[in-house]
Design a protein around this ligand. Structure first.
Ligand code: ADP
Length: 161
């Protein structure tokens, strides 16, 4: 059984993230979306809120589970017996950082294989931060995030609609 860990801050989960998790769920037996507590970043949603929003977003996918974590990603991968780390790559923005992180992770946990999924064309330019910027300016985010996430952004006062 191949378990893949898809880690990130998911502040909040977007359709781009869901697309990667869904595609990965067809390749591996189980996907764990690992939501890092990310203490060093200023985020819109709390750790618990990010976990809840993501859990609802993938509730229809039986082999995807959402779990919070607050340790080094490779240690969490070991803890949940993941053999694969999943990441999404957008055109140019992600490559260098992912490469750097992959090299470090390989040193820390040589048995963990990284599988990167190319972002789908419609989500190439979608990031949680850009989406929040669009929302705060009153833009329509309905095609970028699930309904309950758009609602949560409105409740936070990030989205005007
Ligand atoms: P992090 O803080 O680790 O970058 P994110 O929540 O921003 O966490 O992203 C988690 C993962 O999802 C990363 O691999 C990122 O490149 C990927 N990702 C983010 N947005 C998209 C998108 N629109 N399409 C595909 N992959 C994405």
């Amino acid at each position: 059984m191949i378990i893949a860990l898809y880690p990130g801050s998911f502040d909040p989960i977007t359709n781009g993230h869901i697309d990667i998790a869904t595609r990965a769920s067809k390749l591996f037996d189980k996907i764990i979306i690992g939501i890092f507590s990310t203490p060093d970043k200023r985020l819109t949603f709390s750790h618990e809120e990010r976990v809840e929003l993501a859990t609802r977003a993938v509730a229809h996918l039986p082999n995807i589970e959402v779990m919070p974590y607050d340790i080094i990603t490779v240690d969490f991968a070991r803890q949940v017996n993941a053999q694969v780390l999943v990441r999404g790559l957008r055109m140019s923005a992600d490559y260098e950082r992912e490469f750097e992180m992959a090299m470090l992770n390989r040193k820390l946990y040589p048995g963990l294989e990284l599988v990167c999924f190319m972002a789908s064309q419609e989500y190439q330019f979608l990031s949680s931060s850009l989406m929040k910027e669009v929302a705060s300016l009153g833009g329509d985010i309905d095609s970028l995030v699930p309904k309950h996430v758009a609602e949560a952004l409105r409740n936070k006062g990030v989205s005007k609609e």
